[in-house]
Design a protein around this ligand. Structure first.
Ligand SMILES: [Zn+2]
Length: 67
């Protein structure tokens, strides 16, 4: 996933420290995901890119249609 690699170099605007990849649970539009998200090790801020979220939602929606 090149997008995730790119976002691993993000810096928290509050703490000015680089975000680290961390497995987090989050929910979006009623879908629950367990995925690696760039997270600030200091304040816990998660960087959810729109692309990441859309990609995950598309994955889930495809999975639902297949059933
Ligand atoms: Zn922070």
């Amino acid at each position: 996933m090149s997008e995730v690699e790119k976002s691993s170099t993000l810096i928290c605007l509050k703490c000015n420290v680089p975000l680290k990849m961390q497995t987090n649970k989050f929910s979006y539009l009623g879908f629950n995901f367990n995925t690696e998200i760039p997270t600030c090790p200091r304040c816990g801020l998660m960087f959810l890119s729109e692309e990441l979220v859309k990609g995950k939602v598309t994955e889930v929606e495809k999975g639902l249609e297949d059933k």
